[in-house]
Design a protein around this ligand. Sequence first.
Ligand code: DC
Length: 232
Amino acid sequence: MLRGMTPTSSWRAVPKTGLVIAIDGPAGAGKSTLAAALARRFRLPYLNTGLMYRALAAAALADRIDPEDGTALAARARSIRFALGSGEVPELLIDGRSPGRSLSAGEVEAVVSRVAGHPAVRAVMRAEQRSLGASGSVMEGRDIGTVVFPDAEVKFFLSALPSVRAGRRRRERGGVRAAGEAVAHRDALDARTNPPRPAPDAIVLDTTALGSAEVLARAVEVVESAGNRGGR
Ligand code: DC
């Protein structure tokens, strides 16, 4: 269990009423590609929880909040309005808007891991995530299957060799070499603050040698067979 992740009464306040697919794993393992494709396939809202921590990191930078001040950060997190958009595959809205590219900026990446490491911050995010996703969602992050939705019907944990993950991040960021190096740096920080771990009942997919279509095909099979077993 992650630091500060002890379940409290508030985090169960929103009962789960729909199919939840949890996707966890480190940066660059292919979570977003798979999560977005599964959301389209099963017509579920898609929630990228990393964007919520990034939005808080960006707000903290703008407001000059110390990334070590968990209390101030949690208060700032509570003032951000997280919601789901409309459309066939609703996605996260932050203060009424789709998350912008600025959330991938180097300054945000440099502090997001520390910002996300505070138990008080995680408690706010956990409650928001549970509330946004409980009626059905594909939710990606680091602690979705272990902490946010330990009762998710289907859980995936994606992994890949660090060099492959760094290469993917570099390509996503338009070939910027520093993006690949940033992954290695953030891996090291995340390992100290938010180490991603598979839930005991997660399906672990090593995507090192798999294309996104293969990963999707395997995942769809898992979701469908879970549905056939009933209750999923
Ligand atoms: O998935 P990402 O790289 O956009 O995540 C950004 C940061 O947020 C990363 O440092 C890990 C952290 N994070 C987290 O601690 N818990 C989550 N559920 C999602 C992201």
